[in-house]
Design a protein around this ligand. Sequence first.
Ligand code: ASP
Length: 595
Amino acid sequence: MSSPLQPLGESTSLRTQLCGGLRAEHIGNTVTVCGWIARRREHGEHLAFLDVRDFSGVVQCVVDNETDVRSEWVVQITGRVQARPDGTVNTNLATGEVELADCKVVVLNSAEAPPFPIDARADDVDENVRLKYRYLDIRRERMQRNLRIRAKVNSAIRRAMESQSFVEVETPFLMPSTPEGAREFLVPSRKEPGSFYALPQSPQLWKQLLMVAGIDRYYQIARCLRDEDLRADRQYEFMQLDAEMSFVTKDDVLGAISEAVMAAAEAVLGERPPQIEQITWLDAMNRFGLDKPDMRFGMELIELTSVFAGTEFKAFAQAESIKGLRVDAAKYPDAASFGRNKLDALTDRAKQIGAKGLVWMKVGEGLVLDSPVAKFLSDEERTSLVVAMGAQPGDLLLLVADSWSTTCEVLGTLRNDIGRPPVHEGPYRYVWVIDFPLFVGINATTGKPQPGHHPFCQPHPEDIERLESDPMSVRALAYDLVLNGWELGSGSIRIHEPEMQRRVFRQLGISDEEADRRFGFFLQPFKYGAPPHGGFAFGTDRLVAILAGEENIREVIAFPKTQSGSDPMTNAPTTVNPAQLAELGIRLLPPPAKS
Ligand code: ASP
């Protein structure tokens, strides 16, 4: 009779121990490890050293040099743990005090020579090659570590959500197109040629319906898909902790999500971050110029509009807003010595972002301002400027005069360009940005306001009366979570009354009829008693990347796409067979001419 099946520890039927777990306390034991040959070194006439690697680390095995094994062959080695001889202990290696001797080597599989070394040297290999052989890349310590950190984060998040009584519910992948804002991936329907499903840009629709359905607290670590240009912090498909709660206010939602974020950070870093601070969107813009403020460093923007209230300098007199940035010579000594080329580059950058120009001033001894525009300012203006900016000799001052939003955006971006440390460098500064505007900017095609976040956010109760008369001034009960200048996620209290939803749709240029036609499936359920509710979603890829000390989310995703959206390993996206297209009722146009 076979023995009852057992839950699995580290050992399996083929091994007793993990390579990386062997220590001095095991000396004298005979153990069996399994793994890949990381390195082979000949030693004297008869012996060879094999470094055998599994996910946990490497162990040195002393074998007869007749043993025929090469790099990346898969082996099972049984040997006696012994202390390494004096003088050969490797303090850089966790197993560096011991080695396996009297080894019996069983070759489980041979291997071709890998296209790059399976160690840190592969960090410098072209990313396309790493992704083409991702299964080899993942064998490396860095990727093993990152994927395990990722699993830890997911597990901590699940525990945190479950301990707060959230219920995990899975939601569909094939769904109708929704008005959330991102470009969607479409999937043609075979049964109804000409009709399409959309892949979820988020489970927004479903989670709100789950609140109507009385689930009370929903969560899911959900895959979301958006057909948008890829960057260091963006992939077509990405994971979010997605949550929704009924009968709540903002603070309930932020509290629940903070708990998940803190638990994740604690699981990776071993300590709980301090309480997450809050800043209003307006303050974030005025102080840091951007709605994703990186608060690890100062260099806050300085409001100068009143300093130049009566100015005769034309470029300043006509501007709605004037702001400045002081590049402190004590902290950024090279900014003080910026030559013409660097100043021109800063000016070009400012123009690229939308400014008409950038005024620079170097502060000399005696606080004299050296700048092409200094002569257009009165003595009093120059003095007030120096005082307002707290300028010191050696500082560089950068000024932008423009619309309020342009001054914010331009100086906020320059602030980051000049002072921002890499995203993954501590300290970790989490911040909730609250009270986002309900609408941002005007859609060029419709001429109507665009949703600041998505069209389901509840207008701020203090501003609702201006929804029709001055929509751009209305705040939403919407908030973002930002970590070191990266937006981790967003959420809001939702509209739960059908009439309020229609009022917001109308502002977006969506008539009642169009709303019924396009989103009736969503509006209809709200007639049947929707509770007040709110929720949030944050990107776990971004959180994991920062916690793992990586600057690019591709380093923490097992099989990411390249920046151009392809997968060098599988060659996706690929063409398909004409018969498949015919079945879907699709005929292809000639490819667009390459510009
Ligand atoms: N669905 C939103 C998003 O993915 C998050 C939310 O509002 O809950 O950005």
